[in-house]
Design a protein around this ligand. Sequence first.
Ligand code: 13P
Ligand code: SF4
Length: 325
Amino acid sequence: MTLLQLYDVGELNDEVRALASRRDAVILAHNYQLPEIQDVADYVGDSLGLSRRAAASDASVIAFCGVHFMAETASVLSPDKTVLIPDRGAGCSLADAITPDQLAAWQAQHPGAITVMYVNTTAEIKAMTDYCVTSANAVSVVEHILREHGQDAEILFGPDMFLGAYVERRIGRALHVWDGECHVHAGIRPRDIEQVRAEHPGAEFLIHPECGCSTSVMEYAGAGDLESEGVHMLSTGGMLKYARDAQPGQKAIVATEIGMLHPLREAAPDAQFIAANERASCAYMKMTTLPKLRDALRDLVHEVKVPSDVAERARVPIERMIAIS
Ligand code: 13P
Ligand code: SF4
């Protein structure tokens, strides 16, 4: 037990595992969750992997250790299951960046345009969307749309402007991009990269495309100011794959939420992972604790249930995305 933890992690881990088996529950956790939550989960992954697991699971209960839109996605994909979130307050600043009224007004300005939304959105927004994307598949889903609907198809892309800029650069054409951002990733600025680069010359870069530094790093790489082979724009799942293939002694600067350092270090204990900005912590992701997870499973509380009419429409863009990637 540490001074900050008023509970015994080992004891609670055992209690949670016993409750999960009593409730026929699967515990899913995002890569940004606290280490003790990642350690007790059945599956830890990125938002694409978690959606897939939620859809494929045959458990009666899904205890979702992540943020609210992720639990909603699980409920949309598995409407007959009980989806629990240990803390209802676990929101997402990016999902809050676009409301249904705002999206409806944007769509009205561009009749006939295809709406592509990041999974970091509410179920109501997904219900108004043609295709969802995650950071792992945004480029391939948009490329698919252009093949299906023509290279000039008009696309509304939201709500993350940095991910939008990344997709534009990769496909080589402009989209209409919403100007939302995640406050955690937007806070990883070009100056953080400058500083950490100077401290760790020769290190590679793992950069989440939601980051405020992503555009400038792509520019440095494009201008030859950084070795482009050493720059990897990756989802959190892509970062884990990088770690599994890493050589002992390999050094990488990680530009994303700092919870990611735990699974990376577990996957490659002999490599070195350095945070681009040590303050990049998502308070929403850290709201899930072992006592709250235990309480949710014990009392079957904090259910996330998307109304069936919304769920039916929201399922379409999510399933399209899963089928493509
Ligand atoms: P991924 O796990 O899809 O990379 O998403 C990161 C994120 O910010 C989730 O909130
Ligand atoms: Fe949302 Fe950003 Fe937190 Fe991810 S890191 S859950 S995008 S606020």
